[in-house]
Design a protein around this ligand. Sequence first.
Ligand code: ASP
Length: 260
Amino acid sequence: MLVGEGAERFAVAQGFQRETLLTEKSRKEWLLWKETHSDWWGPGIASRDWRNRFHPPAHAEEWEQRIRRMQEIAADIGIPPELRMEAIRSVIFPPTGTIHCSTLNEKGEMSGCTTTAGLAWKIPGRVGDSAIIGAGCFTDQDVGSAGATGSGEENVKVAGAHTIIENMRHGMSPFEAGMDALNRLVRTYNSDKERLQFIDMTYYILRKDGAYAAVSLWEGYELGKPHQIAVHDGTRRLEKTVNLFPGASQDWPPVRKVAS
Ligand code: ASP
């Protein structure tokens, strides 16, 4: 697997054109993130110091102050007034865009892919789990196909998609296989919900006979907006995941106090 500079050099050597896909709008949003949230990456919840990053949720007044400051910085960066709130929102609540798709055709052949831009505001060199076969995606023609969206670092630790396929190979149903993988994530933090609230995971699972399941660690990123998967087996529909824990997960790092 090649990432970063090495990947770019190899691609150019293979005849691909160097091109910038970043739009000016996205670049300015990134500048806003860099100016206001660049300490976003730091000791994670697995760190002994993780509590140092924990601050109680900001009060309404702090929020207002924080947003005012971000508006000023957005103006300095040259973000047009009508796009400022949108930019601020995506800096504070990073958008995600990972899609997993597992399929079974009429001949009984299976495919799986996980496509992603990864977690928003990632640092150069971060790969995440989506591209890692066995973590974000795994397909075995004799068993089934599985994939994941959610906290990539955590999923890599339990090789989520591979764990699920191996569980099914040894007789578990798609649902049991997914729940077992979630429980392994929980075990990583010795069931400490204080930390686990900051991670989330959805597993998409399809067995070779067409049986399927979708499970998640929490109900959703927000209450009232449950994690869902799209299913198409002749009829197209959205289905809620079955969650291991009730309630919503929390953003990491937790909301910080506004710098005055
Ligand atoms: N799994 C992705 C990552 O860690 C994030 C996502 O699911 O959107 O980059």
